[in-house]
Design a protein. Structure first.
Length: 432
């Protein structure tokens, strides 16, 4: 059939409509990509109700995963494709760090939630967004100014990303400044397996050799509270504190996934226990120690861990007795490691005496005569709880060799004991 003018116009309109739809989809995908970049909560896989603990935990996990030194070329891809993939990997690392930089700072987070990136830009210039007359937005960085991509120019660069990582995971891992660590063989880079140069898009590039010996993972005064230990300072029967010990090989810190995971868990757990003790190390319910088993120390580690157990491993140490934690479910969770250690502490025989009646005070707490030169004082805690507090268990353990006759506990608001000691409020601590 001859093609008429009307048919020709219809085909042209269909092509025009198709092109318009393709352009619309392209623009929509671009806006979604921009929105995803701007949404710091999405970058860290968090909801807007996330706590600071959640924000920090997510950053630690993602930053380790996307650190530029973790990139491994795919042998199935071309050199150009691997380079593009590497740049995306590095960009993701910077995005994660930028998101954490904002959300971990209460002031920045508040401005971001309310005004988006434009608000952060104003804040960087020393201007209060609210006083400047910025409208109230929906937060999240791309809905706060009437919808769409915010278009702000909040500044954050590669160096900022590495500084955050350095401060989180320890900057003193081998000496040298931040610049030298990523530009000429400093210690920080060597913690990730390099010995010189940068890494691709972050200054330098080129092959990096494996250092002869990796720097320590835990510093002497590690911010996490983890205590580096060796054969000379390993806890024995006379040690004051209860311990959870992490045995590891520093040369595997960035080469073995399990070692890397356990290092992170040891730091997180120690930080949590230290925080609960109001940053007073001697007030920690238990201390977290770390023994580097590399080199000649491996023989010592194996003597403590026992036959068939190799680092990395966790073990509790009470009264010099080393008990390896071999439950995989426990080893995968910071909370379960914490609960396992406190339960083991409270399970120490005769650490705390159960006192259910007034008669038990004499028969269970003051029955034995004190050693020469020692006091006959006993400590009794009266509580309305049904389970022993790990804090009280830790107190009893730390003072078990200080001459007290006993540490006792009367639980569940015992009426007879409450009347005997005139308890008006729990918990109630008395010396007998």
């Amino acid at each position: 059939r001859p093609v008429g003018a009307a048919d020709s116009r219809r085909r042209q309109q269909r092509r025009s409509s198709s092109n318009t739809n393709q352009q619309r989809r392209s623009n929509q995908n671009q806006r979604m990509a921009e929105s995803s970049y701007d949404d710091y909560y999405k970058i860290l896989n968090l909801s807007k109700t996330a706590s600071q603990k959640d924000i920090k935990s997510s950053y630690r996990k993602l930053a380790l995963k996307h650190h530029p030194d973790k990139f491994k070329p795919d042998p199935k891809l071309s050199e150009k494709q691997n380079e593009e993939k590497k740049l995306k990997h590095e960009k993701k690392f910077v995005q994660i760090s930028e998101a954490y930089d904002v959300l971990s700072d209460e002031k920045k987070k508040k401005v971001y939630d309310k005004y988006g990136k434009e608000g952060l830009e104003m804040l960087e210039k020393g201007v209060d967004p609210e006083e400047a007359g910025f409208g109230h937005g929906g937060g999240g960085g791309f809905g706060g100014f009437g919808g769409g991509h915010s278009g702000g120019t909040h500044t954050f660069n590669n160096a900022d990303a590495f500084k955050i990582f350095e401060s989180m995971f320890g900057g003193g891992m081998g000496g040298g400044s931040f610049e030298s660590a990523f530009g000429g063989g400093g210690g920080f880079e060597s913690a990730f397996g390099g010995s010189g140069g940068g890494f691709g898009g972050f200054g330098g590039g080129g092959p990096r050799g494996r250092p002869q010996d990796e720097p320590p993972v835990f510093s002497k005064n590690d911010p996490s509270g983890v205590v580096p230990l060796g054969s000379a300072k390993f806890p024995d029967s006379k040690s004051k504190h209860a311990w959870l010990i992490f045995f590891y090989d520093k040369n595997m810190a960035q080469r073995d996934a399990t070692t890397e995971q356990y290092i992170s868990q040891a730091k997180q757990l120690s930080e949590a226990v230290l925080k609960k003790a109001q940053n007073k190390k001697n007030g920690m319910i238990f201390k977290v120690g770390a023994v580097d088993c590399s080199g000649d120390t491996m023989k010592f580690c194996k003597s403590k861990l026992g036959k068939g157990v190799d680092p990395p491993a966790f073990a509790t140490v009470f009264n010099g007795d080393v008990r390896v934690i071999d439950d995989n479910d426990t080893l995968r969770s910071v909370k379960k490691l914490h609960d396992h250690t406190t339960e083991a502490l409270l399970g120490i025989e005769n650490l705390i005496v159960n006192v259910n009646s007034v008669q038990h005070i004499q028969s269970r707490m003051l029955a034995s005569s004190p050693p020469p030169g020692k006091t006959s004082v006993a400590i009794l805690l009266l509580t309305d709880k049904y389970e022993t507090s790990p804090l009280y268990g830790s107190l009893a353990y730390r003072h078990r060799r200080d001459g007290f006759a006993a540490f006792g506990e009367s639980r569940a608001a015992n009426l007879q004991m409450a009347k005997k000691f005139g308890v008006k409020k729990y918990p109630h601590l008395v010396a007998l």
